[in-house]
Ligand binder design. Structure first.
Ligand SMILES: [Zn+2]
Length: 364
């Protein structure tokens, strides 16, 4: 049996759902159906009436968005009224918070006796992903993109899905890899730091002085849950953190030198030779190059000028917002496909067709 999470028993008793996640997904589908949102991008504001959200109100401060309960319904207070991917995710997250209220009463009454918890925040991120990238619509759009391009597995699709659904790259990556299992792959978002003068001087003594200095760092990683134990995958993410990514691709260099041992099989490295990704390519080759396995794909960013992505939203309300300036753009997307045979007996991710449960207005 898979492990039970804190609200699973509650969701089962209240709504007859196998898990709280299943309940949240069901609520998201009902909300989308009620708002007739059937094409990307999903209009977040169009979802408001179905959940008794009266609108958004500007409020300066560190909190990206928060849900305020008023007599007639809810108001979302936000410090960003524009419709950026980040703000859209924040608002969808707040819409998911309304699932935890009985919206038939005035004012809406909380269904859970406890205050908001980490688990509720996680479930609201699940709900936000479902609202902004509905499973069936997302899979269908990916199929259409693939057909248009005449090939299957393309990193460029991450950017196209991001544009179609107006969500961030890491939100797309997690949807593809973690939630829906549409790609059997690990996706890494990488940034390159600017070199300090001392680093620049060291670099000039290296055997490849023509390469740009600075470290490659991991901004975020999306990986299938089942893969985490059987493959070495760099972990850690700076998402929501106020500092740039701390996990360095340098950890991979150490592995390449045998200073750290990867667990499980790794890969053959075949970057498209036209790419000039300097030490990222070299690093990955040193890690993955010596062993047999599967190819690594690297896509340098920006995919097109002006499309550089900042870090995603999705963090808990109340968490301090990292300043936009401190949020690095991505410089490369890396994809490490994982052969299906390695999945072994691990279960496939949830399909898109689990039956909905729960009632439309959040009442038990
Ligand atoms: Zn929240």
């Amino acid at each position: 049996m898979s492990s039970r999470r804190p609200y699973d028993g509650w969701a089962e008793a209240m709504f007859g759902c196998a898990s709280a996640e299943e309940w949240v997904r069901g609520m998201a589908w009902e909300t989308l159906a009620g708002a007739r949102q059937e094409k990307p991008p999903i209009g977040v504001e169009a979802l408001f009436p179905a959940r008794r959200i009266l609108g958004c109100r500007y409020r300066a401060g560190p909190c990206e968005a928060r849900l305020m309960v008023e007599h007639a319904g809810f108001v979302i207070e936000t410090n960003e009224l524009r419709s950026t991917p980040r703000a859209r995710f924040s608002r969808a997250h707040e819409v998911a918070h309304t699932f935890f209220y009985d919206i038939s009463s005035s004012p809406p009454r909380r269904l859970l006796p406890s205050h908001r918890s980490k688990e509720e925040e996680r479930l609201c991120n699940v709900g936000a992903a479902e609202l902004l990238m509905p499973a069936d619509l997302f899979a269908q759009t990916l199929r259409q993109l693939d057909m248009a391009a005449g090939q299957g597995f393309r990193l460029g699709a991450v950017g196209q899905l991001s544009a179609a659904f107006k969500v961030s790259f890491p939100a797309v990556a997690r949807r593809l890899v973690e939630d829906l299992g549409l790609w059997d792959a690990v996706l890494l978002g990488c940034t390159r730091t600017r070199p300090r003068p001392a680093e620049q001087r060291r670099k000039e003594r290296r055997p490849w002085p023509d390469e740009p200095a600075g470290d490659w760092r991991l901004a975020w990683c999306a990986k299938p849950a089942w893969a985490a134990r059987s493959l070495f995958i760099p972990s850690g993410s700076s998402e929501g953190a106020s500092r740039p990514p701390r996990i360095r691709i340098k950890a991979l260099e150490q592995i390449g030198r045998g200073e750290l041992r990867p667990r499980g099989p790794v890969t053959r490295f075949e970057p498209p030779s036209a790419l000039r990704l300097g030490n990222l390519a070299r690093t990955l080759r040193s890690v993955f190059g010596a062993q047999q396995g599967y190819p690594v794909h690297i896509l340098p960013l920006p995919l097109n000028p002006g499309a550089r992505q900042t870090q995603p939203a999705s963090q808990a309300c109340g968490a301090p917002k990292a300043s936009e300036a401190a949020q690095p753009s991505l410089d490369a997307l890396v994809c490490i496909p994982i052969p299906r045979r390695l999945r072994g007996s691990h279960p496939a991710p949830r399909g898109s067709h689990t039956p909905a449960c729960g009632s439309g207005d959040g009442r038990p």
